[in-house]
Write a protein that binds this ligand. Sequence first.
Ligand code: FES
Length: 174
Amino acid sequence: MPWHPLTRRNINLSLTLGWGALAFCGVAALAVVQDFLAPKVGREPRKVWRVGRVAEFTAPGMVYERFKRTPAGEPGFWIVNLAPAQPHLVALSTVCTHLGCIPDWLKADAKFKCPCHGSGFHLTGVNFEGPAPRPLERYGISRDADGYVVVDMTRVFRQELGQCDNRESYLMIG
Ligand code: FES
């Protein structure tokens, strides 16, 4: 490869290319750091849902399945009407407490049945068969100022820890 004479033009060209490359790397590094530090709020899956009016969930013993998965395909919840045993609506997590599969609601058997290893859960979410070690979790449920039922998946209540006496874990109906 021939040597180029060290002219002022060559020096200027080298400097320009060098500074350009450095600037490019700097901008790229800045973008990476900014992306790392930026709040991830917009990317978090949505956790609070306005699911409908109370009047849409009034059938005793009914399991409402349309929120079983979120629109993004994440595990969601069942809205369960516990009447007549209890005049309560609850939001049961659809995540099996064994290894995290999504059970099915078997209406004829009145139970949730996990397809993975056979765990069964009563309407209340309490486990009664299979390897699941504890009941399905419940999410926060409330009624907003406009009369809509709101489920807050950031609020988790565990029956086996006595947390389902908490007023935020159920919604009084009737
Ligand atoms: S994941 Fe549900 S029984 Fe194992």
